[in-house]
Structure formats: structure tokens, C-alpha cells
Design a protein around this ligand. Structure first.
Ligand code: NAP
Length: 256
């Protein structure tokens, strides 16, 4: 018996990285999974690699979470091809880092569009089904950068915005049997953090080592660390938790 037997989980930005790690964990625990990502073929290829249990299905759906029509079509496709929707993980993300004086209006709009508007559009499309069935779980991916990070005014604002959005949906959707929570990852090894190393003109391994040394638990994180928290918040055992943000960061947000 898996925690997600018979459940259908949609994870955005899950063709790789944290999203794929999370999709893998849902599949291992019995869910049918929709990999939603910008590139339909990358999404389909990732869906084909999921360790599904017998009877479960996976599909890859190409969609841009910052576009309303694309989101509506993606959610309707999931419902028609997988037979419903029970869990939504708003994970898709990008960075466009720069100090404020160099940050362009486009850098600002792009980051807000994917993280904040994307979470809004996907949640709105999913809640229609969740409210009808009086059941649903939404987990939004925030970040330790919500607390402030040099060069990330756009990303930090979007990620703190996600936390306010999560609290508000917790209040609005709780009466309909819907839990809404957020996970705020610390440093997690993915292509996103490898790209950050390149931007800082460092070797990724050196960058990872420095981050591990500065972390209270003396290691960096992996997509599996985030998947564990997301699946906990998506399972029925956590149904008395809503509107919360859990930092999964080895304690780095505690300060030293
Ligand atoms: P990643 O490896 O860069 O993966 C992000 C995925 O999102 C990519 O597959 C990307 O597709 C997709 N995506 C981007 N824009 C999209 C859009 N408009 N619509 C649909 N999909 C889109 O990133 P990650 O490190 O796994 O990060 C996942 C989430 O965790 C993000 O929200 C990120 O902000 C957050 N986070 C990450 C860390 C970390 O240390 N890695 C820390 C804190 C928070 P393309 O490849 O086609 O662009």
C-alpha cells in the first residue's frame, strides 16, 4: 500500500531537478503523475522514466505556467487523460539574477511570471476540480532566498510572495478539504545551482563544497530531500497542516 495509491499528482517544471525528484517519489508511492514542463518532448521523456507501480500512469504535458490558456489546457488534459487531479505541486522556476541597478524590467517580469503568476494560474485551474470533489493538496515551492539574497530582488520577492499566497489559499480553501502549504528549499544540487556556480565563475564542485561547509548540517541538499517534504505535505497524515512554509535547508535559514 503506497501513500498515493489511486491519486493523481501534477508537478510543474518536473522534467528535471527538484520537480523530477518529487515526481519520482510520488510514482514510487503509487501515484499517477503528470510531468508538466515547457518542452513537451522533455516532459514525455521524463514521464517515461518514472518508476510507476502497477496500474499507475504517467504523462508528459508541454505547458507554460505563466500563460493562462496554456495552463487551462494542461490541467484539462491531465483530468481527461489521467482521470482527475488530487495533488498540485507548483515547482516550475527560473532565475534572472542581477543587482538591482542592473536588473531589467524583463528580468523582473519573467521571474514574477513563472513563480508567482504561474502558481496563481495553476492553483486556480486545479481548485475548480479540488472544490468539486472536496479534496485537494497544493504544495508551492518557495526558497530560502525569500528571506533575502544579494542579486535576487526579483526571485526573493516572488518566493516570499509564494508564502503569502500559500497562507491566503490555506484560509480560502481549507473549508473545501484542500490543504495548501509551501516548501522552501535551501541549496539543492540541480542544473539551477550548477548555473549559479558558472555565473559566479566557480567550478560547481567547489561551489557545492563551500555551501556544504557553511551549512549547519555540513552538507548540501538533493532533490530527494525536497521530495520527502512535498510528499509529506501531500499525504493524508498531514491534513491538519495548512498555510505553512517548511524550510528544508539543513538549518541555513536559522542564521549562525
Ligand atoms: P531547474 O533544474 O532549473 O528546473 C526547473 C524546471 O522548470 C525546468 O525543467 C524548466 O524548463 C521548467 N520551467 C521553467 N519555466 C517554466 C514555465 N514557464 N513553465 C513550465 N515549466 C517551466 O530548477 P530546480 O533547481 O529543480 O528548481 C525547482 C524549483 O525549486 C524552482 O521553483 C526553484 O526556484 C526552487 N528552488 C531551487 C533551489 C535549488 O537550490 N535548486 C533552491 C530553492 C528553491 P526548461 O528547462 O525548459 O527551462
Amino acid at each position: 500500500m503506497g501513500r498515493f495509491d489511486g491519486r493523481i499528482a501534477v508537478i510543474t517544471g518536473s522534467a528535471r531537478g527538484i520537480g523530477f525528484g518529487t515526481a519520482t517519489r510520488f510514482a514510487e508511492e503509487g501515484a499517477s503523475v503528470a510531468i508538466v514542463d515547457l518542452d513537451e518532448s522533455a516532459a514525455a521523456e521524463a514521464a517515461a522514466r518514472l518508476p510507476l507501480v502497477e496500474g499507475a500512469k504517467a504523462i508528459g504535458v508541454g505547458a507554460n505556467v505563466s500563460d493562462g490558456a496554456s495552463v487551462e489546457a494542461a490541467v484539462e488534459r491531465v483530468v481527461s487523460e489521467l482521470g482527475g487531479i488530487h495533488v498540485l505541486v507548483n515547482n516550475a522556476g527560473i532565475t534572472r539574477d542581477n543587482l538591482l541597478f542592473k536588473m531589467t524590467e524583463e528580468d523582473w517580469d519573467l521571474v514574477m511570471g513563472v513563480h508567482l503568476k504561474g502558481a496563481f494560474l495553476m492553483s486556480k485551474a486545479a481548485q475548480k476540480h479540488f472544490v468539486e470533489q472536496r479534496y485537494g493538496k497544493i504544495v508551492n515551492i518557495s526558497s530560502v532566498s525569500a528571506l533575502g539574497n544579494r542579486g535576487q530582488a526579483n526571485y526573493s520577492a516572488a518566493k516570499m510572495g509564494i508564502q503569502g499566497f500559500t497562507r491566503t489559499l490555506g484560509i480560502e480553501l481549507g473549508p473545501f478539504g484542500i490543504n495548501v502549504n509551501a516548501v522552501a528549499p535551501g541549496f539543492i544540487v540541480t542544473e539551477m545551482t550548477e548555473a549559479t556556480a558558472v555565473r559566479l565563475k566557480m567550478e560547481p564542485d567547489e561551489f557545492f563544497k563551500l555551501n556544504a561547509e557553511a551549512n549547519p548540517v555540513r552538507r548540501i541538499g538533493y532533490p530527494e530531500d525536497i521530495a520527502a517534504a512535498v510528499t509529506f505535505l501531500s499525504a493524508d497524515e498531514s491534513s491538519y497542516i495548512t498555510g505553512q512554509t517548511i524550510y528544508v535547508d539543513g538549518g541555513v535559514s536559522l542564521g549562525t
